[in-house]
Design a protein around this ligand. Sequence first.
Ligand code: ZN
Length: 428
Amino acid sequence: MLTWPSPQIPALPGRGLPIRVRDTSTGELAVAAPGPTASVYVCGITPYDATHLGHAATYVAFDLLVRGWRDAGLDVRYASNVTDIDDPLLERATATGVEWRDLAIEQTALFTEDMTALGVVPPDVFKGAVETIPDVVPAVAQMLAAGAAYRVPLEPGAGGSAPGLGDVYADLSADPSFGAVAGLERTQMLALFGERGGDPDRAGKRDPLDSLLWRRERPGEPAWDGGVLGTGRPGWHIECAVIARDGLGLPFDVQGGGVDLRFPHHEMSTSHARMLDGGLGARIHVHAGMVGLHGEKMSKSLGNLVLISVLRAGGEDPMAIRLAILAHHYASDWEWTDADLPAARARLDRWRSAVSGNGGPDAAETLAAIRTAIADDLDAPAALTAVDRWADLALAGAPTGWDLHDGDLEGAPGVISRAINALLGVRL
Ligand code: ZN
């Protein structure tokens, strides 16, 4: 799948710090990538209703991580996916009378345009579920052969020319570490599994929480050649496990996404990854909070989504949208209000004015403050405050600070402008 164009990331004097993030499995801060390399898998969209503010906030959060790692001199590998076949996509296509493939293509294109506009660094590995089927099939077959998966018989009429081959489910009892990602009680897991796309009541499963790996062909649904599995399509969790395994290698450093993916999606995909290679999936799980609107959760079912493409079509500067997102810490739940964009626009104007002159105090302290904020669990609001302080002094007529690096003298506005671009992804 084609990604989007990479934004230019200007060079900065010095080096960024090791980044610590909140591992939601332990609740503790942990160094996100302890070695010279860094790998992150951020779960991608199911391409319908793309890209709402909650999505954008998630990808901007992990973009800070990628930019911070690069600034610290790490060799970064970033993978993501697009779930271009799944039940919600088919349901939306049926409800709106659009062909599912057209809906997926159109919404994926909108998503990549939004990411480009928001200055998000594209993933190195960007794969769709459909194109991953040839990799998922042997992975599921391997789990079946190892006794880590089993078949569940189909209802009459299902299964195409091989109705005897059932749907394939993961056998969670084969993974003693299942539950470690979210750390939930079984009753909580059962409730969330039912709410978030799982099928706890499906007859024939060994455990209600066992999750679907391969769904056999059904009348009226698209299906692909599954070899020994029979025709069908992949489950969502195995899709991410296989793309992460093949794109990053196992184990990898960070698995990220919105907090609603913590369970069941990240629990299941990590479990599948463990069953595939016997080791860890992701070392650390990091989750972005939910974005609400007028006191309600922003959701497809409530029809109150704020779409980035709609804001852009209304003439909004994407950098103002990005700044509005960065004003909130990624890990907290927050509310989008009518005040967010005007405040971000005012800040953007102020910053642009401040770097347009040749005044302002020495940049070194501000650059260090931005780096410290990012290293401290991607604290974008603290980084914004540091830039605000510099801009206030610059606009108040503070004398020009000169920074000496690599033998060159450079005025502070140049360094600050590049730091805002490289570390915060905001083009001034
Ligand atoms: Zn995923």
